[in-house]
Design a protein around this ligand. Structure first.
Ligand code: DGI
Ligand code: FE
Ligand code: FE
Length: 198
């Protein structure tokens, strides 16, 4: 396992630009820490964190070509926003180029950009680590979201999805149906939790 990580890091370095590689390392270690806090599998979290953006630094033209090659179907939203494609394409590349067979790890890569309803702890950990890793500094409320995510993954999901939707709304970008569904799902859990606390 250790040697695999070294091998993967060497390979990723060739396919990612410098900043993306540093971000990837941040996600890997943040995911490991979140896995510790929530009693999840640390190795799976590190592996998914390391590979989550493996398809990020590919041109849009090449991304579409590779999707054809791997038989990946794209939604209207993904065609309009090609940067969403790296989640689905990342799964195919992790499978083919990094020989990852762990479906739980692959699923965490698949859903790391939009989220969805009823995520596994590993999926939530990668989604959250992607947003809070130490090199991220632009999003609002990061201090609070970092703290709350180490206490409650569902609360972390709620606040990140809420801020992401508000950001997407401001920029006028189309919302992926998965992002919308995810928000309503974690908002319902959040409201239930608040009611119980009262
Ligand atoms: O790949 P990263 O930059 O590390 O992070 P990511 O995979 O979460 O992608 C981040 C971008 O994805 C961010 O600008 C918000 C955007 N995003 C998330 N959900 C949606 C979305 N963009 C659109 N258009 N629609 C969505 O539903
Ligand atoms: Fe990503
Ligand atoms: Fe990322």
């Amino acid at each position: 396992m250790k040697s695999d990580f070294t091998k993967f890091e060497k390979k990723l370095k060739k396919y990612l630009d410098k900043d993306r590689f540093l971000h990837t390392q941040g996600v890997m270690y943040t995911a490991a820490a979140l896995a510790m806090a929530h009693e999840a599998d640390i190795e799976q979290a590190k592996l998914a964190g390391l590979l989550h953006d493996c398809a990020k630094c590919i041109s849009n033209k090449k991304k579409r070509k590779l999707c054809d090659k791997y038989g990946i179907e794209l939604s209207t939203c993904e065609i309009q926003n090609p940067f969403l494609i790296h989640a689905k394409l990342g799964v195919a590349i992790a499978r083919e180029k990094y020989q990852i067979q762990d479906e739980e790890v692959l699923s965490a890569i698949r859903w790391h950009t939009t989220g969805k309803a009823e995520m596994t702890d590993l999926e939530k950990i990668i989604y959250i680590a992607d947003y809070i890793e130490p090199l991220r500094d632009k999003a609002p409320n990061l201090k609070w979201i970092r703290k709350v995510s180490f206490m409650d993954l569902n609360e972390g999901m709620y606040y990140i999805l809420k801020d992401s939707l508000s950001y997407l709304g401001k920029t006028g970008k189309p919302i992926d149906p998965a992002t919308e569904t995810a928000f309503h799902y974690y908002e319902t859990i959040h409201i239930g939790k608040r009611r119980k606390e009262r």
